[in-house]
Design a protein around this ligand. Structure first.
Ligand code: ADP
Ligand code: GN1
Ligand code: MG
Length: 371
């Protein structure tokens, strides 16, 4: 990942339709992929105006135009649905700020892609569950997102990252990374490698069912971690789903599972003390209730039945991705310290083990809400 220089950011700032005088700019958020900045403008109004500016990660999103086409089409569609439902389209989905040329993104002199969103006022984005109600509300919001997009023509969406949740293909990529071992790190992580190799059945499970035509492909978010939702400071509601770069056809169980892997964990994604890491069944229960409610009857019995499998699969997949990146030299997920991707991988595998122990509890919880 190439660092953004001040000159590059300034070039981008000058090319969007912003009002007022820029009084502050700072790196923002804890996303692992894009470079996000919070800009503050003085506009003559009593309250200063905040703006989100992002440089897209071109190594991850190899066709940024297609990402932006998806984001534009999905947000325009959502704005219409939100209006019909009497909601506020300026707060309940992302709103793109155009460039001075009236385009939805800016390509700088180095060929990097930038886009800008209105800042969603009066909301907070959480890296961990501080109040269980927030997690429930985030589940309702992600479920509602699924429901609002249920009739969206899925075949018009670009696949912004090929095989994003093709766990089987990711397993093959992992095996290649082990055999190539470009950083010479494989010998020191044998235990983790064995863990992956021992779970090939998990990697294959959904992909095999999909090829057999047994699962519906839906328009899914595909990155449903808690810090991809804005929670209203006053009402505590999950007001807006953000980070729409991976909205594309996918499985509802994966959207459910990714939220569990991140939000129902009792520790941070990169916690080094594994004794702190487990999957909270209280939070699992709350999320299942909220997500199923939010989807408003759109999910099939089978999809609901398979939710524990979604949690396990996506947690396994994510751990395997962190380990792959560690083996390849940490080029994909941004790291802030040495071994961070290895630590991230270990928390995910600890969670998978914990889910395996709690399998019957998870199934019992899901059964309460199925039918
Ligand atoms: P990444 O793909 O790197 O995760 P995100 O699009 O999730 O990037 O943005 C990173 C962070 O920036 C979010 O977690 C959130 O804190 C903040 N953010 C993004 N968009 C907005 C917005 N429209 N309003 C307020 N905060 C936002
Ligand atoms: C990345 O962009 P961000 O930080 O919201 C990743 C997800 C992973 C997640 C792990 C495009 O999400 O797939 O689950 O990190 N996004 C992409 O925290 O690869
Ligand atoms: Mg994000």
């Amino acid at each position: 990942m190439v660092h953004v220089t001040n000159e590059e950011r300034t070039e981008a700032v000058e090319n969007f339709q912003y009002e007022g005088i820029l009084v502050d700019e700072r790196p923002y958020g804890s996303g692992h992929i894009n470079d996000t900045y919070l800009l503050t403008f003085e506009t003559g109004e009593p309250e200063k105006k905040k703006i989100i500016l992002q440089r897209l990660n071109k190594e991850v999103f190899v066709k940024p135009e297609e990402v932006m086409e998806n984001v534009m089409n999905v947000t325009t569609y959502l704005q219409e649905r939100i209006k019909e439902n009497g909601g506020d389209p300026e707060r309940e989905t992302l709103n793109i700020i155009p460039t001075v040329e009236g385009k939805p993104y800016f390509i700088d002199s180095k060929g990097e892609y930038w886009r800008s969103y209105r800042y969603i006022k009066g909301t907070t984005c959480y890296d961990k569950v501080e109040k269980p109600e927030h997690f429930y509300e985030s589940a309702l919001a992600f479920g509602n997102f699924q429901r609002l997009l249920a009739d969206y023509p899925a075949d018009t969406l670009h696949e912004t990252i090929e095989g994003f949740h093709d766990t089987k293909a990711r397993f093959a990529v992992f095996k290649r990374a082990v055999s190539e071992d470009v950083m010479g790190r494989a010998a020191s992580v044998q235990k983790e490698i064995e863990f992956v190799l021992g779970h090939e059945d998990v990697a294959d499970y959904f992909i095999d069912l999909l090829s057999a035509g047994e699962l519906p492909l839906r328009v899914t978010h595909n990155d449903t971690k808690l810090n991809n939702i804005m929670i209203d400071d006053k009402t505590g509601k999950g007001i807006c789903v953000i980070d729409l770069d991976t909205v594309m056809p996918g499985l509802a169980m994966n959207d459910f599972g990714d939220a569990i892997r991140f939000g129902a964990s009792t520790a941070a994604e990169d916690e080094q003390d594994l004794s702190k890491v487990s999957c909270s069944m209280e939070l699992f229960d709350l999320y299942a209730k909220g997500y199923i409610e939010g989807c408003g009857g759109r999910l099939t019995r089978k999809e609901i039945d398979l939710m524990p499998m979604g949690a396990k699969t996506i947690t396994f997949e994510c751990g395997m991705r962190f380990l792959t990146d560690y083996l390849k030299g940490d080029h994909y997920f941004r790291i802030h310290r040495e071994n961070q991707n290895l630590d991230r991988c270990r928390t995910q595998f600890k969670l998978v083990e914990d889910m395996e122990k709690k399998w019957h509890t998870m199934q019992k919880i899901i059964n309460k809400y199925n039918g």
